[in-house]
Design a protein around this ligand. Sequence first.
Ligand SMILES: Nc1nc2c(ncn2[C@@H]2O[C@H](COP(=O)(O)OP(=O)(O)OP(=O)(O)O)[C@@H](O)[C@H]2O)c(=O)[nH]1
Ligand SMILES: [Mg+2]
Length: 595
Amino acid sequence: MKRIAIVGMPNTGKSTFFNRLTGSSSRVGNWPGVTVELLGAHTILGGEAVEVVDLPGIYDLHGFSDDEQVVRSFLENNAVDQVVMILNASQLDHQLPLALQIHKLGMQPVLLVNMIDEADQLGIRIDAESLSASLNCPVVLISARNGTGMTAATDALLENMQSVTPVQPSELKAHLHADDEIVSHAELLVSQHVSSPSLLVRKMTERIDRVLLHPVLGLPLFFLAMFLVFQTVYTLGAPLQEAVAWLLELFRGWALDPLANVLPASVFGFLVNGLYDGVGTVASFVPVIILFFFLMAIVEDSGYLARAAYLTDALMARLGLDGRGFVMLLMGFGCNVPALMGTRVMRSRSLRLLSMLVIPFSLCSARLQVFIFITTALFTPKQAPYILFFMYLASFAAAFLTALVFGRRLKSDEPFVLELPPYRKPVLFQVLMRGWHEISHFLRRASTFIITGVILVWWLTHYPEGSTPGGAGTYASMMGDWMKPVLDPIGISSIMSVVLLIGFVAKEIVIGAIVAMTGLEGAALNSYMTTQMDGIQAISFMLFILLYTPCLSTLATQLGESRSWKFTGVSLAWSLGLAWVVSFCFYQGARALGY
Ligand SMILES: Nc1nc2c(ncn2[C@@H]2O[C@H](COP(=O)(O)OP(=O)(O)OP(=O)(O)O)[C@@H](O)[C@H]2O)c(=O)[nH]1
Ligand SMILES: [Mg+2]
């Protein structure tokens, strides 16, 4: 099968083109460094099956960040029949050198000049035909997002593939050309084939940035925007959640409860009170999570997320991180694992390690779900969004503190040049795709973890044989007693400490575990929660959940990416220690003040 590789600089639309060509749903975002891994897909081109590979963006072939190495080692170790290079039409001067480099290596690329819609708006004119003649390779103007030029692009691809001789990977290294020679060649090409207005005015982007990147107002505006996101999640999400819970209850009463007459009590208890209610209660939070992801996808796809990096860069630099670290934190709101992998765009190892130490404090969707559950049970609808926002602030504070503590040991002087992409109207399809991506990931994790968790909890609360279910003498209560000396001072009851222990595996288990333990759901579960904790204890519990290790997958990713047991161990110990100390200070402090 022939293999086509898509290369280009970051944020030029490679993944958008890849998705259009192959019908895949590779992640797209208006921010350089979205793709950090190889992604392959099969498709039919001109009646022939081909493999298309979407690569991370690279600035040049000498690059030495981990994601650039992914690209280089891919090109060095795999035969590629056709290289497709994607360029941003409004930045040809900046992007042609990479194309020339690739061309001179003998790869005979097809150049797709993308985002032609934006270039048009800016008044940039590109003469594709004459550029193609001087370069001696096909050049097609496209808009991967709108689909313009796609037929011409695939035609050019097919035609070119007939004539190219695949590059032998081993020859690559010997042929890298000197950079200055290439840069002057690129300048010449741009002057000959591109006409642009003397002054590029990105009117809309500039006007918006004058407000959103305001030196004083910028950051408060950003936090205000984030607060609005949470407020919306709450006001729209809570009724949705109740509706799903109501439907599940209805189904239970109508179809499942009659089974109680047929099945032995213990089997019914396990299947319906444990599994169905456990999974159902978690499922009722799915609409909230969906809503959250859609809003975040809009923030990301519009280009505002990249602005967050700009706004926080100075602050983050003081902590030994840079603006990208902040964006990774925001990415971690979905799931910490891809955010950890996103640090591959960083070149300096110490900067990467520091970012990877900080990211697990980012409040991921599994923790969000626990917090919504607890705030709904223990606080009024008016208080709840504020408590939730406080948790996000605590998450940032923990991240900053970590950077402050470890920044001195993990020093780096990697220069960070931030490229701000223009604002782009979020494309509904992309936002939906992105949301769907996150949700299916969440559901996959949730379903496996909940089922394992529910079975485990069921066993812990019903055995050894002969003990009263959920009462003293069960394994669960033994575990609770065992952890009492540690968790009592932070206000966590022995039942909830068993939940915390199980939650170490993944936070998706937490709610399901509570349901399985108590055999309660809905309003009864909420009122049970008020017997387990008051407001202060609830916040202490949530702080602990926020700060201690998010899940085993995070640990495994930290280990895999850092290739260091010591680093992973330090991260584990730090997060456990911090969780305890913060909860302790909060709980004892609040009690001392008489709350
Ligand atoms: N206006 C316009 N925007 C586009 C076009 N193609 C892609 N985009 C947008 O450009 C941004 C980047 O697209 P991606 O496909 O993620 O870019 P990428 O090259 O894969 O980026 P990395 O993986 O970070 O290297 C997204 O916001 C896309 O919606 C286009 O033809 N026109
Ligand atoms: Mg990409």
